[in-house]
Design a protein around this ligand. Structure first.
Ligand code: ADP
Ligand code: MN
Ligand code: MN
Ligand code: MN
Length: 352
């Protein structure tokens, strides 16, 4: 009977930075078609999710995509983690996003997440020579040529695989620091956006194995005059995308100002090393929003300001953030019960 290899993927219990884990379940294709993907279990004592004497945790499939590594008919299966009694496991951050996405479904929110990452070979960034450092930043962002680009093979293989798997990828580009890259997920509704980001990360690290390259999501992989790695989170509601939406984008920025530190708390560990006010960031203790400003906390894209509608870009999240927590927090702040500040017009935004 035909067999399907289903790679069950879940987030471990390491905090503040969870990592994906996975293991393979071999299924009969016929049974799979008849009964769907079964629940499964794992040893939570090896992933900081349980004590050894009560180690079983429950895996429940929530999204399946084609496995581009093994090919058809094999699957990648993203799971949520539950306790044996069926209650939500404390490490399961997706459960809260599920509730928030439901509560604000009428807002028709969209997320587009720019995932930056840095390629390493062993303990050294891919672009680093055996001794010393590469030439200073400048020619690397969106560059071409073997003296400027490191790891394109992996970045390309990852893009191709994501598209084969059916993920919604908006694009890729090489970054300001050599050997640093970005892929963009979305725009998608909250749950698919966050799920696809985790699946995209898993695929990237999995393909890195084939290339002998480790992927780092550290916010500041190399100290000094080298750009950090972020996960800019682009956000809109339906009303923001419609004529006159710019006023709602400004209102969202005012709300975000009120809870800046609450957001920073879930925007990734070590982000203070990245949000310094240099290297296209706003300092972690400040909050500013502005049109086209890559030194602001929130950037309103040029086309959004011109059109009077569109989306905002939250530039604060670090590359190692958990998109379940970031998307839930943005929904809560922007779509939740308002503490409404004094409304200011679009003009004040453009002149600030
Ligand atoms: P940047 O100029 O900041 O590098 P990118 O082109 O890398 O921008 O990323 C822009 C992101 O914005 C993409 O992930 C895209 O999916 C997302 N995006 C586009 N339109 C919307 C929208 N209306 N709502 C939310 N996200 C959006
Ligand atoms: Mn980008
Ligand atoms: Mn970028
Ligand atoms: Mn960006």
């Amino acid at each position: 009977m035909a067999k399907v290899m289903a790679e069950y993927i879940w987030l471990d219990g390491y905090r503040p930075t969870p990592s994906p884990r996975s293991k393979t379940k071999v299924l009969d294709q016929e049974a799979l078609e008849f009964r769907g993907l079964p629940d499964w279990g794992f040893d939570g004592s090896s992933t900081e999710q349980a004590e050894g004497k009560a180690s079983d945790c429950l895996l429940r499939p929530v999204r399946a995509i084609k496995d581009p590594v093994r090919g058809a008919p094999h699957l990648l299966v993203l799971c949520e983690v539950f306790n044996p009694d069926g209650s939500v496991h404390p490490s399961n951050t997706r459960a809260a996003l599920r509730l928030a996405a439901d509560a604000y479904a009428h807002e028709q929110a969209l997320f587009g997440i720019e995932q930056e990452y840095t390629m390493f070979r062993g303990l050294t960034p891919l672009a680093w020579p055996a001794a010393g450092t590469p030439a200073p930043q400048g020619p690397y962002y969106c560059g071409v040529g073997a003296d400027k680009i490191y790891g394109r093979q992996l970045a390309e293989a990852h893009l191709t695989s994501c598209l084969e798997a059916g993920l919604t990828i908006a694009g890729i580009n090489s970054e300001v620091m050599p050997g640093q890259w970005e892929f963009q997920v979305g725009p998608l509704a909250p749950l698919p956006a966050a799920d696809e980001l985790w699946l995209g990360r898993w695929l990237l690290q999995r393909l890195g194995e084939e290339h002998g390259i480790t992927v780092s999501f550290a916010p500041k992989p190399v100290l000094g005059d080298w750009n950090g790695a972020g996960a800019h989170t682009n956000f809109s509601t339906r009303a923001m995308r419609e004529p006159g939406g710019l006023r709602l984008i400004e209102e969202a920025c005012r709300r975000l100002r009120e809870v800046h530190l609450e957001h920073i708390a879930v925007y990734g560990a070590g982000n203070e090393q990245r949000l310094t006010g240099a290297h296209e960031t706003c300092a972690i203790g400040e909050f500013r929003y502005a049109v086209s400003d890559r030194g602001a906390s929130i950037r309103i894209p040029m086309f959004t300001a011109k059109d009077g509608s569109g989306y905002l870009e939250d530039r604060r999240p670090a590359a190692n953030m958990d998109p379940y927590q970031v998307c839930a927090r943005l929904l809560q702040t922007v779509c939740g019960e308002a503490k409404v500040g004094s409304p200011r017009g679009a003009l004040s935004l453009l002149v600030r």
